[in-house]
Design a protein around this ligand. Structure first.
Ligand code: GDD
Ligand code: MN
Length: 360
């Protein structure tokens, strides 16, 4: 029997959910030729080991263990690319999505839809599993922005629960950004033509085991994905993020300068304190946001902070040097200052990427 469906399950620290997921799929997909691919980013809780334990006795179970990488979208992409089935479905590994809807989704695609999307927001759907009012609000705002950008009326564009023909996925794969966690949105935006989407309602279940990995900072990455689309990938997303963080740093610097001056420090001392605080804040923001995938933790974070301060210190020296030289030449202070600052940002970005966060 030809393989009808590969179910891709991105997971991070979902050990306790692996066996229940296989059992649930076994029940929901009875009569179909299916397989499941768990894509685990080397979770410390041993999610991969658990998936491979099941795979030993069940050839329908496969596992991709990725080392040194994090990211929901890229995990989904790699899982789907490992499929040779006729269709690919993506479902969360924490049992919050309703796997019993999969046959219905498959049918919708077999009947001609480009994609079937599990939706919490159409008639019969329910998002009561979303934990806090803040998350509900964030989710609503995201949906509105996404609808505008995708020019579709899809009611749950943030869904991580969908199904499509493998061929279609393969065709779109090279155009995906793989950034952040909104892979569905990434797919829709990657398509040169407007996709027909069948929305299948489901009830978002509360999480039973483990904890959610998606927070407000991940939503900032989502904004980045949209910005990247708007700029058509001309400017690297990381650079935009780095530059925005830099602007926040300037604000932090000025605020601390004001506060320290008000508290009686002389200008030189106040500006030194302001600069140091801004650097620490920038390191934190970049570590959480710009380089989220290679986030430094523990003693590596301290080492990274020290390196970051050295790199930015050199960047500041370059900035001042270039600005001074230009100013001496043309006497245009605003232009010279901006040119110096631009060189400084590019230097800080390029050097800290390779040295501090070791991006390959
Ligand atoms: N491999 C891998 N790498 N898997 C990950 C990563 C990662 O970096 N981060 C999260 N996952 C897995 C989780 O283990 C889980 O199976 C799934 O991706 C979704 O993550 P959750 O942390 O459970 O997400 P959620 O419940 O908060 O988010 C839900 O709502 C979003 C829309 O707001 C999910 O339904 C998402 O799919 C959906 O996009
Ligand atoms: Mn979840």
């Amino acid at each position: 029997m030809a393989l009808a469906l590969t179910v891709v399950v991105p997971c991070f620290n979902e050990r306790a959910n692996v066996a229940p997921m296989v059992a649930a799929l076994d029940k929901a997909l009875a009569g179909l030729a299916w397989e499941v691919v768990f894509v685990d980013d080397d979770s410390p809780d041993g999610t991969s080991a658990e998936a491979k334990r099941l795979a030993e006795s069940d050839p329908r179970v496969r596992c991709i263990r990725r080392i040194g990488r994090r990211g929901l979208s890229s995990a989904v992409i790699e899982g789907a690319l490992a499929s040779a089935a006729e269709h690919v479905a993506v479902i969360d590994g924490d049992m919050q999505h309703d796997e019993t809807r999969l046959p219905l989704m498959l049918e919708a695609v077999r009947n001609g839809a480009d994609m079937a999307v599990g939706s919490r927001h159409v008639e019969g759907g329910d998002s009561s599993g979303l934990s806090s009012p803040l998350r509900v609000k964030l989710s609503e705002t995201g949906i509105r922005i996404a609808q505008t950008v995708t020019r579709t009326s899809i009611s749950d564009p943030m869904s991580g629960f969908f199904l499509l023909r493998r061929e279609l996925f393969d065709a779109l794969a090279a155009r995906l950004t793989g950034q952040g966690f909104k892979i569905l949105l990434d797919l829709i935006l990657a398509s040169p033509r407007i996709l027909t989407i069948a929305e299948i309602p489901y009830k978002f279940r509360p999480r039973l085991a483990g904890e959610s990995k998606l927070d407000v900072l991940v939503l900032a990455q989502f904004a980045g994905l949209l910005l990247d689309k708007a700029l058509r990938g001309m400017v690297p997303l990381r650079f935009i993020s780095f530059a925005l963080v830099g602007m926040i740093g300037v604000a932090v610097n000025l605020i601390v300068l004001q506060l320290a001056t008000a508290a009686g420090a002389d200008f030189g001392k106040a500006q030194t304190i302001g600069t140091i605080v801004a650097m620490v804040a920038n390191f934190q923001l970049n570590n959480q946001l710009t380089y989220r995938a290679q986030r430094l933790k523990g003693h590596k974070a301290w080492r990274g902070l020290a390196l970051f301060m050295v790199v930015c210190g050199l960047g500041a020296i370059a900035n001042i040097g270039i600005a001074k030289a230009l100013y001496a030449e043309n006497g245009l202070s605003l232009f010279s200052g901006a040119a110096g600052a631009a060189v400084g940002v590019v230097w800080n970005y390029a050097v800290s990427a390779t040295l501090v966060w070791r991006v390959r």
